[in-house]
Structure formats: structure tokens, C-alpha cells
Ligand binder design. Structure first.
Ligand SMILES: Cc1cc2nc3c(=O)[nH]c(=O)nc-3n(C[C@H](O)[C@H](O)[C@H](O)COP(=O)(O)OP(=O)(O)OC[C@H]3O[C@@H](n4cnc5c(N)ncnc54)[C@H](O)[C@@H]3O)c2cc1C
Ligand code: FES
Length: 520
């Protein structure tokens, strides 16, 4: 079968989104946690952070176990667009206003090192993952953004990055200007990480899937409590995207954003390079080779998680924006996911606040291929007792009110507003009869709030709309058929099962007739 041609008609069916990366690689089938296992390092979460950290630590001679609540490399990393670059939109200009030049230089250098690290792993392990060096661009088509793009090129040059300002790019449409970074990279993230994972098991290495971590005892040894039993380890890495073991009040320091991606076939050549703009709803373009010829991977439609309204409209925007710029032959893939921004624009990587043996990595702001890789490098150095001069700028314990102040206040006011909106907004339907097949709505049954989804066959799945993290009210995501929390990014399947933290518990099942909670 054609490697990419899974959707012959190319149209988006709600609830049937598929990531190109997942559809073009094999599925994993690791067992759940077995009892009685003790390792040097327990890694909770098998995305780019967890799998890379496990590989580095095992190569250094430690015993490691990854546990994942679902399947590895499917969550955010399975839905990324995998541009490997230290050019993160418009960032250096902003960082220089908040931090010393030395710190900003370190951020750029750490991300550049991550690109080199991925390349050296690909080469030394001979991984076939479509890795290639290519330039990266942040462009604008709008005159009001031109000065910002010029300033970004100047800021990046100032901190020693391979940056220039250019007026032309490989794109088939005109831009007004762009920052260009030389010698960046792209790859197929699952081909890369599945190859790393395949070397992890055996000789003191384990991967356990369908095993949800619920708590950690930061002792000697540490104990990871899961829904399948306990795992003992000297050190624990929280590679869960959002650190559910939240001793640093990260729920108030991380802000989730959701974006959309499509896999597109175009007539004629695909442009080289990776391209990104913060114009409008953000838009990014890269190519991806395949057996049936190259595709374009296009992303954008950025909004706060759970606050996107009609989420089909964001895919429609992406498709429309793409058709205006390319001669589209077919749109074969649709997928979406979320990532967290921090208030000061730097990720949190290192020892968790108020912990002795628990490390975390989060807040990648949509740039987790490099930030996630450098997290694995930094955390493995800390565990192995090696000096790493990136440690202080990324420290999860840092508090810098000047660098974070305005965003911290704005974002937390937004959370308070979402909490209140959830309490005050009237239900979207009066009773279940108003629910069409394939629809999800919130209603009140016998004075109890119910979030109900009716499938095409008429089966109703009814749950409490109250997020099990900190009690905000979830909103329906009609494109993905999920209930998404507008406060801190928890996401639940239509039947209430957690698919993304910080929530650890599923939404309570509610009886569709009486509205009463149902024991499961
Ligand atoms: C649309 C979009 C496009 C992007 N494109 C790019 C790009 O081009 N370049 C780039 O650099 N970055 C990009 N990013 C960002 C990047 O994809 C992410 O930052 C990165 O994949 C995050 O990796 P992770 O390992 O932290 O998380 P994940 O991949 O989500 O891995 C976390 C794992 O932890 C597991 N888990 C969670 N909680 C528990 C628990 N309690 N118990 C057990 N397991 C648990 C999950 O199942 C999951 O497998 C993009 C992001 C978005 C939203
Ligand atoms: S994610 Fe925090 S309240 Fe829902």
C-alpha cells in the first residue's frame, strides 16, 4: 500500500484525525508494569524526552524503565511537526529584554547542541529516520511585522546563532522578509524514537505501556505508584509533558496552546527548508519525503487549549490558507495536539522543586524536538553527576518576577475567567434528544451538569464536565471528539478517559437519565 495514501477522499471526518508519523510507522505493544522491578532510573512518559533520556542513561550503563499511561511516542511527540531548530519563531528579541545576553546565548547554544546530538545519535546508531540538514525561516507577509522579523535576526546574530535577514525564501509565494538560520534539521520523529526504543529493552532496560503513574514517593529508593503496582528507582524522571507531581505550582506557571497540522500533496515541487510565521494564527511549512513522493506538513491555527470554539474551523483555516498558497492535490492527514508555554519563555528542566531525586522537563512552547532533546541531555548529566552549565537557566526552581511578571498575571487571569465562565455559562442543550449523532454537548439533568456525547449509532456517553484536576469545566472539541479543559490543558476522550494531564483521574461517569454519578 502507498505509504501515505490512507485517506483516499482526503476529507476530515470528526474524531478520525490521524498523524502522518503514527500512520507510517509500526505500533508498539509493550506489556504493562510487572511487579517487583527496581531500576536506577524510572522514567515516567515515553515521548521525545523520556525515550531520549532512557537511551542516554542506558548507554551510560544505568538500568532504566519507561512507563507510559498509553503507548509510547503517540501523545504530543506523535502529533508534532518535527522541525529540529533553534529558530523558535520570534524569541531571541524577547529573551534579550528579559535576560542577560549570556543567558540568551546559552539558550541558543543548548538548542544548537540538541540538533547536533540528534544527528550524532542518528549517525552512530545508523537510524533511518529521514534526518536531513536544512535551513529554517521565520517569515512575515505583513508589513507591520517586518521590523519584528528584522529585529529577531539581529538578536539571534548578537547571541552567536547562524542567523541572517533575507528577503527571499524557497517558498513559492512572496514574503516581505525572513530570519534565516543555516544548518538546522528535520526528521521523522517516530522512526527516530522507535529505533531508540527498540534498543532499550533487555540488559536492565524496560518499557511498560498502559501503566499510569499516580504518585511518587521521593525517598531512597523512590517509589512510583501506578495503576499496575509499584516501581522502585534511585532517581525518577517526570517526562510526562505536564509534571503531574507538581511541587512547583506548575499549573500556574505553564500555559497550554493547541495547534493543528495537515499532510498535503501538492502539484509540482515542494519547497526546501522549514518555514514558520507568527502572522495571524501562526503557520508553518516543511516537507517530508515518502515512498509515493514528498508531502508538505503544514501547521497552525494556534489557540489556548479548550478555548478554540468550533475546532473544525481551525482545520478549515489551515486548508484555506494552504490552498491560497499552494496548488493542492490532496490533503491526506489531519491531526492536532498541544504544548505548554512558560511565562518567561524558557522551559523548566532539572530537579523538581522541593525534591531530592525527581527531575522534570516541560514548557517547550512548541519547540520540543530540540528542547526535549536538550532536556534529556541535561537531566542525564545531572543524574550521572556530570557538570552541565545549562542547568541554572532552565532550573525548575527559578523565580524571576521581572522575566515572568506580565504573562504570569495575564495567563492566570485567563484561568480565573475560564473557571467563572464554566460556572456561569448556560448548558448548550436542554435534553439528550437535542443531541445529534456525533455531537457532544453540556446539559443539566435533574440539576446535575452532564457532558454528553452521542455516537452515530445513538449510544450516549455521559460524564461530569468538571475537570478532575482543579475543577474547571471542560469544553467539547468537535474535531477530535474530546473534552478539553480550558484551564491547564487536561484532555479527556469522549467517554471521559484522561488522554492528557495534568488530570490523573477520568471524568466521573454520570447517568444520562438521572444525572447521578455512576460507580464504574
Ligand atoms: C502542533 C504542534 C506542532 C509542533 N511542532 C514542533 C516542531 O516542529 N518542532 C519542535 O521542536 N517541536 C514541535 N512541537 C512541540 C513538541 O512536539 C513537544 O514539545 C514535544 O513533543 C513534547 O514531548 P514530551 O516528551 O514532553 O511529551 P509527550 O510526547 O506528550 O510525552 C509524554 C508521555 O507521558 C505519558 N504520560 C503522561 N502522564 C503520564 C502518567 N501519569 N503516567 C504515565 N505516563 C504518562 C504520555 O502518555 C506521553 O506518552 C509541536 C507542538 C505542537 C502542539
Ligand atoms: S486542567 Fe486544571 S482544572 Fe482542568
Amino acid at each position: 500500500m502507498d505509504e501515505y495514501n490512507d485517506f483516499e477522499n482526503g476529507s476530515l471526518i470528526p474524531g478520525q484525525t490521524h498523524s502522518l508519523w503514527i500512520d507510517t510507522t509500526h505500533a508498539t505493544d509493550f506489556p504493562p508494569l510487572q511487579r517487583g522491578i527496581t531500576v536506577d532510573v524510572a522514567i515516567i512518559g515515553g515521548g521525545i524526552v523520556g525515550v531520549t533520556a532512557a537511551a542516554l542513561l542506558k548507554d551510560a550503563g544505568l538500568t532504566v524503565a519507561i512507563i507510559d499511561m498509553s503507548r509510547i511516542i503517540r501523545s504530543v511527540t506523535g502529533h508534532t511537526t518535527a522541525k529540529i531548530t533553534s529558530l523558535h519563531g520570534i524569541i531571541y528579541k524577547h529573551l534579550l529584554k528579559r535576560f542577560s545576553e549570556d543567558k540568551v546565548r546559552t539558550y541558543g547554544e543548548a538548542n544548537q547542541s540538541a540538533i547536533d546530538k540528534i544527528e550524532s545519535i542518528v549517525k552512530s546508531k545508523k537510524i533511518e529516520c529521514d534526518f536531513m540538514r536544512t535551513p529554517s525561516f521565520t517569515y512575515t507577509e505583513l508589513s507591520e511585522n517586518l521590523r519584528t522579523v528584522e529585529a529577531e535576526a539581529e538578536a539571534a546574530q548578537r547571541v552567536g546563532l547562524p542567523a541572517s535577514f533575507v528577503e527571499t525564501t524557497p517558498l513559492p509565494f512572496d514574503v516581505l522578509g525572513a530570519v534565516r538560520f543555516e544548518n538546522q534539521a528535520q526528521f521523522h520523529p517516530r522512526k527516530y524514537l522507535l529505533a531508540l526504543a527498540s534498543e532499550l529493552t533487555g540488559n536492565g532496560g524496560y518499557i511498560f505501556e498502559n501503566t499510569r503513574a499516580l504518585d511518587i514517593d521521593d525517598g531512597e529508593p523512590c517509589v512510583v505508584f501506578t495503576d499496575k503496582g509499584e516501581l522502585m528507582a534511585k532517581e525518577v524522571v517526570l517526562a510526562t509533558h505536564f509534571p503531574f507531581y507538581d511541587k512547583g505550582l506548575f499549573f500556574s506557571r505553564l500555559f497550554p496552546h493547541h495547534s493543528y497540522a495537515i499532510g498535503v500533496r501538492v502539484k509540482g515541487d515542494v519547497p526546501d527548508g522549514m518555514h514558520y510565521t507568527e502572522d495571524g494564527k501562526h503557520y508553518a511549512i516543511r516537507n517530508q519525503p515518502g515512498k509515493a513522493g514528498p508531502m508538505l506538513v503544514i501547521s497552525g491555527g494556534y489557540h489556548k487549549t479548550g478555548q478554540g470554539g468550533d475546532t473544525m474551523a481551525h482545520y478549515e483555516y489551515l486548508v484555506r490558507h494552504t490552498r491560497e498558497r499552494f496548488d493542492v492535490e490532496s490533503i491526506d492527514y489531519y491531526w492536532s495536539t498541544e504544548d505548554y508555554d512558560s511565562a518567561d519563555m524558557l522551559p523548566f528542566i532539572g530537579l523538581s522543586p522541593r525534591s531530592q531525586h525527581i527531575y522534570l522537563a516541560t514548557g517547550f512552547a512548541g519547540w520540543g524536538m530540540t528542547n526535549g532533546t536538550l532536556s534529556a541531555m541535561l537531566i542525564s548529566d545531572l543524574i550521572l553527576g556530570r557538570e552541565n552549565h545549562w542547568a541554572s537557566i532552565f532550573s525548575p526552581s527559578r523565580i524571576d518576577p521581572v522575566a515572568s511578571g506580565k504573562e504570569f498575571v495575564t495567563e492566570n487571569l485567563n484561568v480565573a475567567k475560564q473557571y467563572a465562565t464554566g460556572l456561569l455559562t448556560p448548558p448548550s442543550a436542554r435534553d439528550l434528544a437535542e443531541l445529534a449523532g456525533g455531537e457532544g454537548k453540556k446539559l443539566v439533568i435533574n440539576k446535575k451538569e452532564v457532558a454528553a456525547y452521542k455516537d452515530e449509532q445513538g449510544t450516549v456517553y455521559s460524564v461530569s464536565p468538571i475537570c478532575t484536576h482543579l475543577a474547571c469545566t471542560v469544553n467539547w472539541n468537535n474535531a477530535e471528539k474530546t473534552w478539553d479543559c480550558p484551564c491547564h490543558g487536561s484532555r479527556y476522550n469522549y467517554d471521559g478517559t484522561v488522554i492528557h494531564g495534568p488530570a490523573l483521574r477520568d471524568l466521573k461517569k454520570r447517568d444520562p437519565e438521572t444525572g447521578e454519578d455512576r460507580e464504574v
